[in-house]
Design a binder for this molecule. Structure first.
Ligand code: ADP
Ligand code: ASP
Ligand code: MG
Length: 409
């Protein structure tokens, strides 16, 4: 008998029929002698709908209230699934985050889990009851409801698995595992049987939304065996493995991308010490995260300073940069929001030269212009125009032999 935490995502919970299908799956695991704790997302599209309602009243309103509103989506699905389980003879009890309780800090809309009291869930399991827990939410020390950031139910699942010392955390979703890239963009993408935590962390942080990055961090830290599987088709899925090195280490394990990018350039800045701090300081103070940074070599005593931020922060970043540019005597600020970041990830890169040049050659052959580049030990990212996103992903997928049946490069 194993203790398993199963997390079902929004598409899996998207209708009454699907919720009943999930109930049958849970019942099946239980009938095979396992203890199951379930974590669920809101119905697909529901969190977007709720946040849109909040924004329609006050786009920059209190984040505490945003969380109060967004967390309701999961309160509905826990109740529905508990009812569906009860209907087929499986004793079940639903829990919101605060009823568990799952305690978090007060960083509304991106709260971090601090502590979980798993005693109620444990008692339920012992009594043969299936607890159904709302994903994505917790409670802070003031008693306010918090949320863990978009995709946060993955993190609830893994955190509960860690707290319960579960044998496995299974992430049920609408794809049957982690692929070499998003199968919606490249239908030739290939499912991976295994991927290392390190690579999964990199893919998640670079935009692959199949797992929320914090869930991968958590699983690595607490050594939770984590598996991505499909709700709709049976199969082994993808195991996120703790092993540092795999028997057969692929050079490139995947391609991630994100549309959530915007670029700003402060042009004609005086080329002297302190400029980077003068520009980026106020941006950081406004709580805007900066991703890539490029400063050109100065000519005629001035230089151009380019950086990227999340697209939702673009307007604010532009406002702040214009103000700073004025103070510094720069020529001006221009920006672009029709850009994306595409990244190649693989631990095998560490020991191989020439990956970057192969990547740039492939993109050039497809006529894709690179705006910015950034590299680390196991990834290379490029910023390109958004219209080339699909072409770039497919071009790189082919160039690095990631398709089904292809011989890896
Ligand atoms: P859920 O609602 O179950 O949490 P998500 O939409 O958050 O599901 O994540 C699953 C989606 O992630 C897939 O439908 C797929 O389009 C996307 N995705 C992006 N990159 C990958 C990848 N490398 N492998 C598998 N799916 C990916
Ligand atoms: N419902 C939340 C979201 O859409 C959390 C999740 O599904 O993981 O972001
Ligand atoms: Mg998700």
């Amino acid at each position: 008998m194993a203790l398993i935490v199963q997390k079902y995502g929004g598409t899996s919970m998207g209708s009454v029929e699907r919720i009943e299908h999930v109930a049958n799956k849970v019942a099946g695991w239980r009938a095979r002698g396992h203890q199951v704790v379930v974590v669920v997302s809101a119905m697909s599209g529901e969190t977007d709908r709720l946040l849109k309602l909040a924004k329609s009243i006050s786009p920059r309103g209190s984040r505490r209230e945003f969380d109060q509103i967004a967390a309701t989506g999961e309160q509905v699905t826990i109740g529905l699934l508990a009812l569906a389980l009860e209907k087929i003879g499986v004793p079940s009890r639903s829990y919101t985050g605060w009823q568990v309780p799952i305690r978090t800090d007060s960083a509304y809309t991106k709260a971090r889990i601090q502590d979980i009291d798993a005693s109620r869930l444990r008692a339920d399991c012992e009594a043969g009851i299936v607890p159904v827990v709302a994903g994505f939410q917790g409670i802070d020390e003031t008693g306010a409801v918090t949320t863990l950031g978009r995709g946060g139910s993955d993190t609830t699942g893994v955190a509960l698995a860690a707290a319960l010392k579960a044998d496995e955390c299974q992430i049920y979703t609408d794809v049957d595992g982690v692929y070499t890239t998003d199968p919606r963009v490249e239908p030739k993408a290939r499912r991976l049987d295994k991927i290392t935590f390190e690579e999964m962390l990199e893919l998640a942080s670079l935009g692959s939304k199949v797992l929320q990055i914090r869930s991968v961090e958590f699983a690595g830290k607490y050594k939770v065996p984590l598996r991505v599987v499909s709700t709709f088709v049976d199969g082994p899925g993808t195991l996120i493995t703790l092993e540092d090195s795999m028997m057969e280490e692929p050079l490139i394990s995947g391609i991630a991308f994100t549309r959530d990018e915007a670029q700003l350039t402060v042009a004609g800045v005086p080329d002297r010490p302190g400029i980077a701090a003068a520009i980026l300081g106020p941006i950081g103070e406004a709580n805007i995260e900066i991703d890539m940074i490029v400063q050109n070599v100065g000519a005629d005593g001035t230089t151009d300073f380019t950086f990227t931020v999340q697209r939702t922060d673009y307007e604010r970043a532009l406002e702040i940069s214009r103000k700073v540019a004025g103070e510094l005597g720069a020529k001006g600020v221009n920006g672009a929001t029709d850009i994306v970041k595409v990244s190649l990830v693989g631990v095998g890169m560490r020991s191989h030269a020439g990956i970057a040049s192969k990547m740039f050659t492939a993109l050039a052959a497809a006529g894709i212009n690179i705006r910015m580049i950034s590299t680390s030990e196991i990834k290379i990212s490029v910023v390109i125009d958004e219209i080339y996103l699909e072409l770039a992903v497919r071009t790189l997928h082919k160039a690095f032999g990631l398709e089904e049946g292809a011989k890896p490069a």
